[in-house]
Design a protein around this ligand. Sequence first.
Ligand code: T5A
Length: 212
Amino acid sequence: MTDSPPRGRFITLEGGEGAGKSTQIGLLAEALRQRGRDVVVTREPGGAPGADILRGLLLSGDVAWSPQAETLLHFAARAEHVAKTIRPALARGAWVLCDRYYDSTMVYQGHALGGDVAQIAELARMIDLVPDLTLVLDVAVDTTAQRLASRGQAADRYERLGAPFFARVRDGFLTVAQQNSTRCVVIDANAPLSRVSASVFAATRDHFTELA
Ligand code: T5A
């Protein structure tokens, strides 16, 4: 009989738009691969074929979803992502780095858009997969606006909501981090890229003693 591989590690990156999550996930993945880890990089909404279809429906802004439908669509995409991508990767021992997860629903649909946070917490419990570590990249609202403008891409449904919305998102993430302090670490993401990536790696190494 062979031993089953140890369960992998599940790390989520959270924060407002332009906080640098995609950039930092790429750098963290590279650092972990250099240390011999099998790494899977994924993102929400999306990360599995069905979830990617829902991503298009959520971000295009073509449908003005009712708040509850929007929340449930994010969780439907997440259930698919967890079942088809995240759990299988963890089961084979991979480190899964996920760009956004259920804290984003708590912050965007809950804190920023006024949804029922108790219901969202209940849906998160239903998903039944808590991240081992959540890195919350915190940026000032002005920085968010500058980074989005410099990217020069068309804004998605959430980016079009503007500065007051970004401020509620920022506060929401800081609240979530405070309420989940054993798994969340807040990173100052206003700093230059190399400083942020050093903080991201230091926080990861501090959390997982096997990386020390
Ligand atoms: N959403 C998502 C919900 O409402 N509910 C949910 O449950 C979920 C899961 C997703 C949208 O969906 C919403 C939230 C979002 O609005 P998305 O396109 O995936 O949409 O958007 P984001 O996740 O916000 O991705 P972004 O690309 O906008 O932001 P990132 O990934 O945080 O930032 P990144 O790395 O692409 O960097 C942005 C720019 O800044 C520069 C980069 O080079 C890039 O140009 N940059 C820096 N510049 C200077 N200094 C640094 N330290 C920098 N770091 C990055």
